[in-house]
Design a protein around this ligand. Structure first.
Ligand SMILES: Cc1cc2nc3c(=O)[nH]c(=O)nc-3n(C[C@H](O)[C@H](O)[C@H](O)COP(=O)(O)O)c2cc1C
Length: 356
């Protein structure tokens, strides 16, 4: 198997710090001003992607600030020049023709750098309190499947008609079409059986939550073995991970212990959040298996250690088929810089060594 070239991305801080919310070194800040500066710096540092998660209300505590993903992504598209902008989307919140139109517009603003991350929701109050209702797990995936079928055809610039259980589209056409490529890229996040089938049938990249290498390899093997429509290119893989990279393994472990101690202060908030989680969301069942800090698997991927240790682990994930590493840090900006300066060059050096 050929080893994919590594790409590196950062999670925007749409709902504050990722490991612990009460950190004196990193006061709560999910503002546009902070995120704008963070993404512009990530681009300058050479990062390839930014993932803007979508939550209409803050999933930890509705009293806390929350950045809006789609308006922020449009603004980021206008301000940046090179970085890929991935905005998450939960199908129940937008009709597919409206969302396809918005995605197409951001594709134009960014000049071909936009992508969507299709996610099928876990936070009940976000949809329930809006009166939209929170459908059962597999029913959400069935809805999402119809939804992305409509969005995908519209993004391709096709004249679209669709008659499904949820959507009835009659000869719809969006213009201008995408002048940069066939359509924006489609990522899918989710780990359950319907998520895996959805990404095999409809996605370009599968986003896997941070977890140990052997588990990630097993997931990649499962989804790679599924048949895919001939119209889609080979499926690619991304991994979410929280990085702690320091000069030595010991220093990294000390910082991990420090973040665990800080995260313990959020226990009441986490309990509140837990009560809102759909118990059928497989992702949270996976998280329960490994103590970790960070969201979406966080440190469970094991990217904690010296610069060399972290670079070697990244190379091992590349061998398993991961191409895009979507990263979290705390303190975010400082560790994002260190990673770019110390770890990325080491990964490239390891790749060159392995290729030679
Ligand atoms: C990389 C990644 C990003 C995600 N981003 C979001 C997000 O922005 N908003 C959200 O509500 N859920 C997000 N999710 C969670 C999905 O909604 C989640 O996978 C789903 O609720 C659980 O599905 P599952 O049972 O298939 O694991 C994300 C998941 C992954 C893997």
């Amino acid at each position: 198997m050929s080893i994919p070239l590594a790409r590196f991305g950062v999670w925007a801080l749409v709902h504050g710090s990722r490991a612990a919310l009460q950190d004196p070194e990193e006061p709560y800040d999910a503002s546009w001003t902070r995120n704008k500066a963070l993404v512009l710096e990530a681009e300058r540092l050479g990062y390839d992607s930014v993932l803007v998660a979508q939550h209409t209300i803050n999933p930890h505590d509705p009293n806390l600030d929350q950045l809006e993903a789609w308006t922020a992504s449009a603004a980021l598209a206008a301000l940046t020049e090179r970085i890929e902008i991935i905005a998450a989307i939960k199908p129940y919140l937008y009709h597919p023709v409206v969302l396809a139109k918005m995605a197409q517009q951001i594709e134009h603003i960014s000049q071909g750098r936009f992508a969507i991350n299709l996610v099928n929701a876990w936070n009940r109050p976000e949809l329930e309190r809006a009166g939209i209702g929170f459908a059962e797990h597999d029913a959400r995936y069935a809805y999402g499947r119809e939804w992305i079928t409509v969005v995908e055809a519209l993004l391709r610039g096709e004249r679209t008609s669709f008659n499904g259980e949820h959507f009835h589209i009659d000869d719809y056409l969006l213009r201008p079409a995408d002048p940069f490529r066939a359509r924006p890229r489609i990522y899918v996040g989710g780990e359950s059986e319907p998520a895996r089938q959805l990404v095999a049938d409809k996605g370009d990249v599968w986003f896997i939550n941070g977890q140990p290498l052997e588990d990630v390899a097993r997931l990649i093997a499962d989804v790679s073995a599924r048949t895919r429509p001939a119209s889609l290119a080979g499926l690619r893989f991304g991994l979410s991970a929280f990085v702690i990279a320091r000069e030595s393994d010991e220093e990294a472990q000390q910082h991990l212990a420090h973040l665990f101690a800080l995260a313990a202060k959020d226990a009441p908030l986490r309990a509140q959040q837990k009560a809102n989680i759909d118990p059928k969301a497989v992702m949270f069942q996976t998280f329960a298996q490994t103590p970790r800090v960070g969201s979406n698997g966080g440190t469970a991927a094991g990217l904690v250690g010296s610069y060399d240790t972290v670079a070697r682990r990244i190379a091992a994930f590349q061998h398993a088929g991961i191409e895009l590493f979507m990263l979290q840090f705390q303190p975010f900006e400082a560790d994002m810089r260190t990673f770019a300066e110390q770890v990325i060059p080491r990964v490239h050096a390891l790749n060159a060594l392995n290729a030679g």
